[in-house]
Design a protein around this ligand. Structure first.
Ligand SMILES: [Zn+2]
Length: 169
């Protein structure tokens, strides 16, 4: 299983995990600074889950001794944000070995069984295969160019315009 159960996971240096309550999910990385023991927490806010510095937003510093994320001047989210609260909650649950409420999960990243890419979306982690390799993105991309449906077309314009692979997480 992909459930995070060991508290040392968060201070290992390259932790990537997804907190999910069945309706909403957030993906985080806790990364050790290259020349010190400082642990930086970032939350995934983009579309490329491997681009730590451009597709994740800085959340704060993690103090493993206290089990706390400290907000700093450069934090992009405050202590009252869902992004912060979900992360702090997850770390505390694992540290205190709590049984998670029904429907909640804290999962470490997975790997696609076909292409080997990093998986962070709860459905992808569970399936062990990314949406593109599972053939799930073709339909969405086709909609982007479907001129018969202007409503759907406009909602997928961004992907059509940039040519990005849709939903690749
Ligand atoms: Zn794949």
């Amino acid at each position: 299983m992909s459930t995070v159960t060991d508290y040392s996971f968060f201070s290992a240096g390259k932790a990537c995990f997804t907190v999910d309550n069945g309706r909403k999910h957030y993906t985080y990385i806790v990364q050790k600074h290259k020349s010190s023991d400082i642990l930086f927490v970032r939350v995934f806010t983009g579309s490329d889950n491997t681009a730590y510095f451009t597709h994740y937003s800085y959340l704060g510093m993690f103090d493993p001794a206290l089990g706390e994320i400290r907000i700093t001047a450069k934090s992009r989210f405050g202590m009252t944000s869902a992004e912060f609260k979900a992360c702090q909650w997850a770390i505390t649950q694992v540290r205190d070995k709590k049984t998670l409420p029904d429907g909640w999960h804290i999962r470490h990243e997975g790997r696609c069984c076909k292409c080997g890419r990093k998986l962070t979306n709860p459905e992808s982690i569970k399936a062990g295969i990314g949406p593109e390799c599972a053939g799930k993105t073709k339909k969405v991309q086709a909609l982007a160019f479907n001129t018969d449906n202007p409503l759907k077309q406009s909602s997928f314009d961004f992907q059509a315009f940039t040519g990005r692979e849709v939903n690749y997480d």
